[in-house]
Design a protein around this ligand. Structure first.
Ligand code: DGL
Length: 252
């Protein structure tokens, strides 16, 4: 049985990549909803609705687990999903604030994410747990997902977007930048060129995939060595370019 992955578009491929590395004998079905991306600036109910449809689609493919490889869809829908679908494990992703705080470095922790992720209760609860231990700056990044969806992951446009956003923080101490949206690991090179100081860049992909492994292992559902190893990518958009971009990002 395959493992289902879902994101609003091509971003969740950054999580899928980690899964393929950690669990190479599994078969994967990735569904990207680029037709409806970006999710992060939509209404919560709309994102919830789209996420339920995506989960139904993956279940129709006979998956044994589902990874919601999208911080935005996780914050909008994970609790309702788990209440509704009790027969299959559903793993979500959230901004990796914990590892950033545990670095125990001097300076600000910037959390880059979509406006919805930062506005939802899930994130306020996360903030509550850590705000006394670190200087945390939530940074909503509307418009960045659109660039990545159109295949622009480096160069002048991404650089000036990041420069504009991060400029106010570049002269002080910067501990780390948390990539709280699964699209953002693809612009990491450009981000590194902007955050010239020694700030760490952190994302939650590996933690999420370890959680997936734990759950499958507890169920006795991990594939044996001689099985699997396939990746199928499906996109809601009819644009061939998006499929090409998806496979390119998987190798990136
Ligand atoms: N990859 C999604 C996330 O992790 C992007 C959401 C969007 O489409 O705005 O939040």
């Amino acid at each position: 049985m395959p493992i289902g992955f879902f994101d609003s578009g091509v971003g969740g491929i950054s999580v899928l990549k980690e899964a393929v590395k950690l669990l190479p004998y599994e078969n994967y079905i990735y569904f990207g909803d680029s037709k409806n991306a970006p999710y992060g600036t939509k209404k919560v109910d709309e994102v919830k609705d789209l996420t339920f449809k995506a989960v139904d689609f993956l279940l129709s493919k006979g998956v044994k687990a589902i990874v919601i490889a999208c911080n935005t869809a996780t914050s909008a829908a994970i609790e309702d999903l788990r209440t509704n679908y009790t027969n299959v494990p559903i793993i979500g992703i959230e901004p990796a604030l914990k590892p950033a705080v545990e670095l125990n470095r001097k300076g600000k922790i910037i959390i880059m994410a979509t406006p919805m992720t930062l506005a939802e209760t899930k994130f306020s609860n996360l903030m509550k747990s850590y705000k006394d231990r670190a200087d945390i700056v939530p940074m909503p990044c509307a418009g960045l997902v659109e660039l990545i969806e159109s295949g622009i992951i480096e160069g002048e446009r991404v650089n000036s977007y990041l420069n504009e956003k991060l400029k106010p923080y570049l002269n002080g101490d910067l501990s780390s930048v948390v990539l709280g949206c699964t699209h953002y690991p693809f612009i990491k090179n450009e981000l590194l060129s902007v955050v010239t100081k020694d700030a760490e860049i952190i994302d939650g992909s590996l933690g999420t995939v370890k959680q997936l492994r734990r759950q499958l292992s507890n169920m006795g559902a991990l594939n044996k060595q001689d099985k699997g190893g396939t990746v199928e990518i499906i996109n809601s958009s009819n644009d061939e370019e998006l499929l090409k971009l998806s496979y390119r990002l998987l190798e990136y």
